[in-house]
Design a protein around this ligand. Structure first.
Ligand code: ZN
Length: 158
């Protein structure tokens, strides 16, 4: 039986501003969040919203509802969620109540110029998070098809 989307809570995440936390246990494979919304051309999105936007194609983005979990979901270099298809965030393992839910931004970003300092604090932290094509080969293999679907097809025009 399909489960409802789990209850999530927005709150302070150490060193990272706000983050999104599980308010109940989440099982592996469960849908955690879906970045459904109006898709816009990147040139039509104000620059101050870029950091909150979720990339769905090389030049198309969804701006999540302000204040929603999608707005605040943080990156981790050792995430507990994966990106599936175009917009879905799915639990990669069991997530206990109170744990922050995260995904790897490099599995969502195809913009060449992207560079974000990472403070996830994990042993494998890459320190600077860049676009998918900069992911080390081993990590690409690890994520496999669990990345934004547009990243798995060749970029047009190049
Ligand atoms: Zn990191």
């Amino acid at each position: 039986m399909a489960r409802e989307r789990p209850e999530l809570r927005v709150g302070p995440a150490e060193g990272k501003g706000q983050g999104v936390f599980a308010a109940e246990r989440i099982e592996p494979g469960q849908l955690v969040w879906d970045y459904q919304g109006e898709e816009k051309w990147i040139k039509d999105i104000p620059e101050e919203l870029w950091q909150y936007s979720f990339q769905v194609d090389y030049d198309r983005y969804v701006v999540p509802e302000k204040g929603s979990p999608g707005w605040y979901m943080n990156h981790s270099c050792e995430p507990n969620c994966l990106v599936m298809g175009r917009t879905r965030i799915v639990a990669a393992r069991r997530i206990e109540p109170g744990e922050e839910v995260t995904f790897d931004y490099s599995t969502n970003v195809g913009w060449e110029g992207f560079a974000m300092e990472c403070k996830c604090g994990r042993a494998t932290c890459r320190k600077v998070v860049r676009s998918y094509e900069h992911l080390p080969g081993g990590l690409k293999g690890h994520y496999g098809a669990c990345v934004s679907s547009f990243l798995l097809r060749p970029k047009a025009g190049n």
